[in-house]
Design a protein around this ligand. Structure first.
Ligand code: CP
Ligand code: NVA
Length: 304
């Protein structure tokens, strides 16, 4: 067993390799990397929450690289009956080459990584969704050609937003985030991103003003108002988020050639209106496709 392993729990874990992983993702998409580099290797995929894109892109990605993906619903693992994370992580490490986990709490993923002897990948937690952010920058690069851009994010300052904030800071891309009061991104991540931006030149704005966030943006991005596990104060939240909806009026404040992005799943009529998400500026399906290419890049990078 190898204790010298790389985990991918946060965008900061790959801060020096973002360009390299992006290049790999593009090469996978263009068919420039072929063969079965992960032949004979298995990936355990543990899900404590629902998933369509993450599950299927990791599963298909692993298959296309010659490896063997194992879908493990946490409720059917002994973990769901109280087996410790440590025992689960140590035992799985004897069978598989890597572990991907979508967890309710970021702490679970950190503990998993500490106990596992193989690379652990964050497939979404309450704090970050780094795999999503990698596919997103691939999409922005494809559509815009560079990162000398402004991303305007409106809505919940949650997992997706936190990872976008970090990756933008590392790439030197400008990012303006507008959320209702009390739903700002994670404070530690804001500070981390602001420190990074001193080196990279990224302009970072955290505001409650949705118009300012999308003004002259090249990319307008939003995420659901009610994330998985946040169902408790649904109605209160919906009311606070109303003015952060991406609609035709808000979209008009962005550049004429701005693209609309969403990690999906989306609720039409809540965070975005149908005219925008199904309109000509929307790139959400290409963005979802890139999850597959980005996932293959991550798997190749960590497990080959
Ligand atoms: N964007 C995303 O992670 O989608 P899933 O929840 O379907 O995996
Ligand atoms: N913020 C959303 C992202 C889903 C991919 C959630 O956590 O449910």
């Amino acid at each position: 067993m190898d204790k010298l392993k790389r985990d991918f729990l946060s965008i900061s874990d790959i801060k020096n390799e973002i360009d390299e992983i992006l290049d790999l993702a593009i090469s996978f998409k263009n068919g420039k990397i072929t063969g079965k580099p992960l032949e004979g290797k298995s990936l355990a995929m543990i899900f404590q929450k629902s998933s369509t894109r993450t599950r299927v892109s990791f599963e298909v990605g692993m298959y296309e690289l010659g490896g063997n993906p194992l879908f493990l619903s946490s409720s059917l693992l002994q973990m769901g009956r109280g087996e410790s994370i440590a025992d689960t992580a140590k035992v799985l490490s004897r069978y598989v080459a890597g572990i991907m986990i979508r967890a309710t709490s970021h702490q679970t993923v950190i503990e998993f990584a500490k106990e596992a002897n193989v690379p652990v990948i964050n497939g979404l937690t309450d704090l970050e969704h780094p795999c999503q952010a990698l596919a997103d920058i691939q999409t922005i690069y494809e559509k815009k050609g560079d990162f000398n851009r402004k991303l305007g994010y409106v809505g919940d300052g949650n997992n997706v937003c936190n990872s976008l904030l970090l990756i933008s800071a590392y790439l030197g891309m400008d990012i303006s985030i507008a959320t209702p009061k009390g739903y700002e991104p994670n404070e530690k991540i804001i500070n981390q991103a602001k420190n990074i931006s001193k080196e990279t030149g990224s302009n970072i704005l955290i505001t409650n003003d949705e118009k300012e966030a999308v003004f002259k943006a090249d990319v307008v991005y939003t995420d659901v108002w009610i994330s998985m596990g946040d169902e408790e104060d649904e109605e209160i939240k919906r009311n606070k988020f109303l003015k952060y909806q991406v609609n035709t009026e808000l979209m008009k404040l962005a550049k004429d050639d701005a693209i609309f992005m969403h990690c999906l799943p989306a609720i039409r009529g809540e965070e975005v209106v149908t005219e925008i998400i199904d309109g000509s500026q929307s790139v959400v399906i290409d963005q979802a496709e890139n999850r597959l290419h980005a996932q293959k890049a991550i798997l190749y990078y960590l497990l080959k």
